[in-house]
Write a protein of this length. Structure first.
Length: 530
């Protein structure tokens, strides 16, 4: 009981007052809310704006398979006669993706079929059968407006549902969650205000958007939730806002300049974070096949004549060390943002390695957002390329999207060739892991670990290295041998090579080798490339 109260205290102590207020208000309000409260824009009309970058940035995944059949986040579902837009059989994230209506932009589908899906959803929404939530409304409004740009919407039911959702969103901003949810709200209202040519809504959206971008985009251009997936999703929407904004009939040059600077910074970050082949280390909550690729973001920015900023990873909590044909990405940051850590993992000092055109050491990744043992395991320290004490997490990640007491992090060295980090684990201030990454030359680097802990923990320091799939590995004594890579180990009690799964996307797991070991008070791994 006391432990649960302590966990709750350390979880809630970082929450902003505005989050607490709106959590209570929305819980009460949602019991009575109706889409028919929101009639402000019913007499408006939609302009048609061609957005070129939207179709460059859209997901290439086939989501609608025809005949009321969908494949979303790796799970298929077919509805017999009518689509259940509230379907929860595959969890909330699957239902969110169903309601985003992203498949309205799939040019391989007949426009008539897409219009049918849109009208069916609109009818169900107006009948009160679909509960409105701000986040899916934000994405759905934008996708509907983009569809309208190519296939003008004249159906009264669809337009009524769209106008009501825009008004609903303007009055139900996600201040209880903040972070990427509130930023998506702002993007959606900004784009909607321009389609409606409504200056009052534009002013509200502009103010919200500029405030949130200033708060959420860090000095190195990274989004403060520190996920390459969300960085890409949000940057794509920002680029759409810029293209739409350039077609406004009134003067917004100051706003556009602000947005373009932010886009340049964010693009610089995604380029700095990406490996040379464009792939990402899937750190924190990140998955493939969900967000636009680095290449598509750069292509879209080029059309808009936006150049990436020259970026060195820093405030977002990552660093890179690079040599001849290899790059090492390191997680250096503590929990951030402190008041919304839902996408954070307990993975400080974890790393991913790219060599010879591919990733060879990877992150565990995520396969689910369902609040479950699997979700907790994928966020755990023991699931990452770091060290845990007796399988405890560095920070108290729990409940799927919560973090209680947090690890303390000190950056002891920070240069292009040497990174040294000290992590004091939350459960015992005397359990400290110090890790140093040093570039020896263009073909060698070393990872050195020092462990300070009470005697009970000293023979229970668990470490791991998760290799990518299809990487042949030989393990002999204190040497790991890969194709053109050798890893010489020192200071291990024991090491075991086994098969483990890691996730590349939701419900998409790959088998690969994983080296697990017990570390002594001092240990090291020396990597040599040939």
């Amino acid at each position: 009981m006391l432990a649960n109260l302590s966990r709750l205290f350390h979880t809630l102590r970082y929450i902003k007052g505005i989050q607490c207020y709106y959590q209570l208000w929305y819980r009460i309000k949602s019991r009575f809310i109706s889409i028919h409260w929101y009639n402000k824009y019913l007499n408006e009309s939609l302009s048609s704006i061609d957005i070129e970058v939207a179709y460059i940035l859209q997901s290439k995944q086939k989501e609608y398979l025809g005949n009321n059949s969908f494949e979303l986040i790796g799970l298929k579902q077919m509805f017999e006669d009518t689509i259940d837009w509230n379907y929860q059989g595959h969890g909330k994230l699957w239902n969110y993706n169903l309601q985003y209506l992203a498949y309205l932009l799939d040019e391989n589908l007949p426009p008539e079929e897409r219009s049918r899906l849109l009208k069916d959803f609109s009818e169900q929404s107006l009948s009160g059968n679909v509960k409105l939530e701000p986040y899916p409304v934000s994405l759905r409004v934008v996708n509907t407006l983009l569809f309208h740009s190519r296939y003008p919407i004249n159906d009264k039911v669809v337009l009524e549902a769209l106008y009501k959702q825009i008004d609903y969103l303007a009055n139900n901003l996600e201040y209880h969650l903040l972070a990427n949810h509130l930023l998506e709200n702002a993007f959606s209202l900004f784009i909607a205000s321009i389609y409606l040519r409504n200056k009052q809504l534009f002013e509200k959206a502009k103010k919200l958007l500029m405030v949130q971008l200033d708060e959420q985009i860090l000095s190195d251009g990274g989004h403060y939730e520190c996920s390459p997936m969300y960085q890409s999703i949000l940057l794509a929407k920002l680029l759409m806002c810029i293209e739409v904004g350039r077609k406004v009939i009134w003067d917004i040059a100051d706003v556009l300049n602000f947005l373009e600077v932010k886009a340049s910074q964010m693009l610089g970050w995604i380029n700095a974070y990406s490996f040379p082949d464009g792939s990402w280390a899937l750190m924190n909550d990140a998955a493939e096949q969900v967000a636009p690729t680095s290449q598509s973001l750069n292509d879209a920015a080029k059309i808009l004549k936006i150049s990436p900023a020259n970026t060195r990873l820093n405030s977002s909590g990552f660093r890179k060390i690079c040599g001849n044909n290899w790059e090492l990405l390191i997680k250096t940051g503590a929990v951030q943002p402190s008041y919304q850590p839902g996408h954070v993992h307990a993975d400080i000092t974890s790393y991913c390695l790219w060599f010879n055109d591919k990733q060879i050491i990877v992150d565990r990744g995520i396969s689910t957002y369902a609040v479950s043992a699997k979700r907790n395991e994928e966020r755990a320290s023991r699931s990452h390329n770091t060290i845990s004490f007796n399988n405890y997490n560095q920070s108290d990640v729990w409940g799927g999207f919560r973090v209680g007491k947090r690890a303390e992090v000190d950056m002891l060295e920070d240069s292009d060739t040497s990174i040294r980090i000290s992590v004091k684990h939350y459960f015992n201030p005397n359990c400290i892991h110090e890790r140093k990454f040093s570039k020896l030359d263009e073909y060698n680097f070393i990872i050195e670990d020092k462990i300070y802990a009470p005697a009970f923990f000293m023979d229970k320091c668990n470490g791991r290295i998760q290799f990518a799939s299809n990487i042949p590995i030989a393990f002999n004594d204190n040497l790991l041998s890969l194709d053109r890579v050798t890893i010489k180990m020192r200071g291990l009690y024991q090491g075991v090579m086994g098969k483990k799964c890691y996730a590349v996307s939701y419900h998409n797991l790959k088998n690969s080798f994983c080296f697990e070991y017990l570390a002594k008070s001092e240990s090291s791994f020396t990597f040599t490339f040939t």
